[in-house]
Design a protein around this ligand. Structure first.
Ligand code: AMP
Ligand code: GLY
Length: 429
C-alpha cells in the first residue's frame, strides 16, 4: 500500500453524524497530526476536515476515494457500510480498516444471527424465538408473557424494536414487520424476546481478533422526554462514566460477553477488527445483552472519545493492524456529559431548514459541539435532521460535566429546538 514518509498520515472517516464528528476531533488530537477526509460528513465536520460527498455505503466509490486520498487508515463510523461489505472491499485492496467485514457485521445486521452466536458462546441474553409469521409470533408472545420485545431481524435505522406492553401492541408490531413489511426485507424475520427490566448500559470495546481494549461504560438516554417518557429516539444524551458500572464490573462484563463472542467468531473464521458495542440490561438476575452493534455508539462516542488520553490514530490503527494491546483504554479520571439538541417534530417528522445560532458561543464556553443533522445554507448553518447537535463537556465529576454541557447548550438557538433536561441527573454518588 502507498505510504508517505514526508507528509502526515491521511485518515479517511466514513459517515456524517455526531459520532463521526467526535471521531474526527479525537483523531485530530493525534500526535501524528493526520490529514482527515470525511465522506460524506456534514456542515460541522466540514469546519474541521475535508469532506467529500460520496455514498459511504458504496464499496466501489469508497475504494476509489481511499485510493484518491491515499488513505493510510479508514475508520468506518456507521453500521450500514459495514453490513454492505465496505470494510472487506477496502481490505481486499490493501487498506488498513477500522471496522469489521460483512461476516462480523452480521452481529448487528441480523438479530437472529446475533442470538445464535450468543447461544453458541454462552453469552447471557434475553430468551427469544425467531418467527416468520404473525401466528408464530403471537405464540411466542404468549409463551414469554408481557412486556415483550418484538424486533425486526435486519437494520431498520433504529426503528425496528417495539417493547409491547399489551398483546395487541405486540400483534401490531408483528403485523407491521411481517405482513406490511414496514421495514422491507429487514422485517421478514422477527425476533420475539422476553421483556427485561433494569438499568441499561452501553459497554463498547475496541477489538482486534481476540484482543479487547474496552472503553469505560456509558449510558444513552433513548426516550424523547424527561424521565424516560415518550417515543424512543436515536439517543437524546449520554454520560460516561456510569457509577453503577465501575471498572472492575466493566472488566468482568467484557470477560463474560465480548471475549466469548470474539472467540466464537474466531471459531467461525471471523477476525473482528473494530468496535463491538454491547447494549446491556442490568437485570436483578445479572447482565443480559439486548443488542450488539459493530461500531461506536451514537451519542456514546460523544462522551467516550473526549475522555481518551491516548492517541486515537494509534489506537484505531493498532486494531486495524492486529497489534492492539489488551486491557482497558486509558481515559481521564473525570466525566463527560453530552446533551442532544433535536429538531422540531423529532422523532416522528423532524423539520429541516431552521437557522442555528450560538454555535461559537457554546464552543467558547469550552464544550465540544458535535454536528449531526446540520447543513450549510450560504453563511448560515441550518437544521437538516432529527438529532441536530450534541453538546459535550468534560468535567471533574458527572455533576460538573453536566453543568458545563447544559450551560454551553443554552447558547444555541433554533426554532423548535428540543432537549432533555435530565441527562446524567442524579448520577453522582
Ligand atoms: P434497540 O433498537 O435494539 O437499541 O432497542 C431499543 C430499546 O428497546 C433498547 O434500548 C431497550 O430500551 C429496549 N429493549 C430492547 N430489548 C428489550 C428487552 N428484551 N426487554 C426490554 N427492553 C428492551
Ligand atoms: N446509542 C445507541 C446506538 O448507537 O445504537
Amino acid at each position: 500500500m502507498w505510504q508517505s514518509q514526508a507528509v502526515a498520515d491521511t485518515v479517511l472517516v466514513l459517515g456524517g453524524g455526531g459520532r463521526e464528528h467526535a471521531l474526527v476531533r479525537a483523531l485530530a488530537r493525534s500526535a501524528s497530526h493526520p490529514h482527515i477526509v470525511v465522506a460524506p460528513g456534514n456542515a460541522g465536520i466540514a469546519r474541521d476536515a475535508r469532506t467529500v460527498a460520496i455514498d459511504a455505503g458504496d464499496p466501489a466509490a469508497v475504494v476509489a476515494l481511499a485510493r484518491d486520498v491515499a488513505a493510510d487508515l479508514v475508520v468506518v463510523g456507521p453500521e450500514a457500510p459495514l453490513v454492505a461489505g465496505v470494510a472487506d472491499a477496502l481490505r481486499d485492496e490493501g487498506f488498513r480498516v477500522f471496522g469489521p467485514g460483512a461476516a462480523g457485521a452480521r452481529l448487528e445486521g441480523s438479530k437472529a444471527f446475533a442470538k445464535e452466536v450468543m447461544a453458541a458462546a454462552g453469552v447471557p441474553t434475553a430468551a427469544s424465538r425467531v418467527v416468520t409469521t404473525v401466528a408464530e409470533g403471537l405464540a411466542a408472545v404468549d409463551h414469554f408473557g408481557l412486556p415483550v420485545a418484538v424486533k425486526a431481524d435486519g437494520l431498520a435505522a433504529g426503528k425496528g424494536v417495539v417493547v409491547a406492553q399489551t398483546r395487541d401492541e405486540a400483534r401490531d408490531a408483528l403485523a407491521a414487520c411481517l405482513d406490511d413489511r414496514a421495514f422491507g426485507d429487514a422485517g421478514a424475520v422477527v425476533v420475539v424476546e422476553e421483556g427485561l427490566t433494569g438499568r441499561e448500559v452501553s459497554l463498547i470495546a475496541i477489538c482486534s481478533g481476540q484482543t479487547v481494549a474496552r472503553l469505560p461504560a456509558a449510558r444513552d438516554y433513548k426516550p424523547i422526554g424527561d424521565g424516560n417518557t415518550g417515543p424512543n429516539t436515536g439517543g437524546m444524551g449520554s454520560v460516561s462514566p456510569v457509577p453503577d458500572i465501575p471498572d472492575d464490573v466493566a472488566d468482568d462484563l467484557v470477560d463474560a460477553i465480548h471475549r466469548p463472542m470474539l472467540a466464537e467468531l474466531a471459531r467461525r473464521g471471523i477476525d473482528f477488527r473494530g468496535a463491538l458495542y454491547a447494549g446491556l440490561m442490568m437485570t436483578p438476575a445479572g447482565a443480559r445483552v439486548i443488542e450488539f452493534n459493530v461500531r461506536f455508539g451514537d451519542p456514546e462516542t460523544q462522551v467516550l472519545l473526549p475522555r481518551l488520553t491516548g492517541d486515537a490514530v494509534a489506537l484505531l490503527g493498532a486494531a486495524a493492524d492486529g497489534t492492539l494491546a489488551d486491557g482497558p483504554v486509558d481515559v481521564n479520571d473525570g466525566a463527560a456529559v453530552a446533551v442532544v439538541l433535536a429538531a422540531h417534530g423529532y422523532p416522528a417528522s423532524p423539520r429541516s431548514g431552521d437557522e442555528i445560532t450560538g454555535l461559537d458561543e457554546a464552543a467558547a464556553d469550552g464544550a465540544d459541539v458535535y454536528h449531526a443533522g446540520t447543513a450549510a445554507d450560504g453563511d448560515r448553518i441550518v437544521t437538516s435532521g432529527g438529532r441536530v447537535l450534541a453538546v459535550s463537556a468534560l468535567g471533574t465529576s458527572i455533576a460538573d460535566a453536566r453543568a458545563r454541557a447544559y450551560a454551553a447548550a443554552a447558547h444555541i438557538r433554533f426554532d423548535g429546538r428540543h432537549q432533555r433536561n435530565d441527562i446524567a441527573e442524579g448520577l453522582d454518588t
